[in-house]
Every structure is written in structure tokens, then in C-alpha cells.
Design a protein around this ligand. Structure first.
Ligand code: FE2
Length: 135
């Protein structure tokens, strides 16, 4: 069972960014499934690694899009991306180092981490990019 359900509520109204956000949702759900099924450290570690890597890819892609269209909030977005990337990298490092395991609490953290990114940051660029003809 998923821990995050995609809904239009999470849409930023830019198709490519929605596609990438859905992939992040899928990766978090995949990690949740693996945790629920009691999968081993190797499987969990691989999903966390994929999540960390895809987070970087997604933020870079978002920043490129904002740069291209001269989005005025780009500096704020960049510093938020840096903070969010650090959080997920820290989680991965702690997991690999054996100081934490993936618990329901960790999953709730990741759920909020992604939802807050979309709802509080990304929702703001939707109307701006739409006004530049990006959908
Ligand atoms: Fe995003």
C-alpha cells in the first residue's frame, strides 16, 4: 500500500515536472513497500540511493527550467533544493553507516519532505511558467 497517493492537488501544472514528482512519489512508495515487506539492507539501500540520485536530477532539471525562463524566485528555490538534498543525503549516509534503520517515522519524514517541496515551493512556479507558455 502506498504511503503517498498522487492527486491533482500535487500537480504544479507543468507536465514534465509533474512526471518527475510522480517518479519521486514512486520511489518513496517503493521504499515504504520494501520496509513493510521487511526487505534487507541491500534492497533498501539501493532504493534510497536511487531516491537521492533522482532528487539531484530533478532539482537540476527544475533549476534549468527556472533559469531558462528567468524565474525571479530561483535563488530561493536553489537554497531550498540544497537544504532538501542535504537532508536526503544525510538520511542515506546514516542508513549506510548503520546508525539508523528505515522506520515508519523515517517514511513520514520523506513523505513530508516531498509534499512540502511541492506544495510550498514548486506550486509557486506553476503560474509563472504557465504565463511563459510552459505547460
Ligand atoms: Fe520539484
Amino acid at each position: 500500500m502506498p504511503i503517498i497517493f498522487w492527486s491533482d492537488n500535487l500537480s504544479v501544472n507543468v507536465a514534465e515536472m509533474d512526471r518527475q514528482h510522480k517518479k519521486l512519489v514512486d520511489l518513496i512508495n517503493e521504499l515504504f513497500d520494501a520496509m513493510s515487506a521487511g526487505r534487507g539492507k541491500e534492497v533498501m539501500g539501493k532504493i534510497l540511493e536511487d531516491l537521492t540520485e533522482y532528487t539531484k536530477t530533478h532539482f537540476a532539471s527544475e533549476e534549468r527550467l527556472m533559469q531558462t525562463h528567468e524565474y525571479p524566485e530561483l535563488p530561493t528555490q536553489k537554497s531550498e533544493h540544497t537544504a532538501l538534498t542535504r537532508q536526503v543525503m544525510e538520511l542515506q549516509e546514516k542508513f549506510e553507516g548503520g546508525s539508523i534503520s528505515i522506520t515508519l517515522e523515517t517514511m513520514k519524514f520523506l513523505k513530508d519532505w516531498l509534499q512540502n517541496h511541492i506544495m510550498q515551493n514548486d506550486k509557486k512556479y506553476g503560474p509563472y511558467l504557465n504565463s511563459k507558455g510552459i505547460k
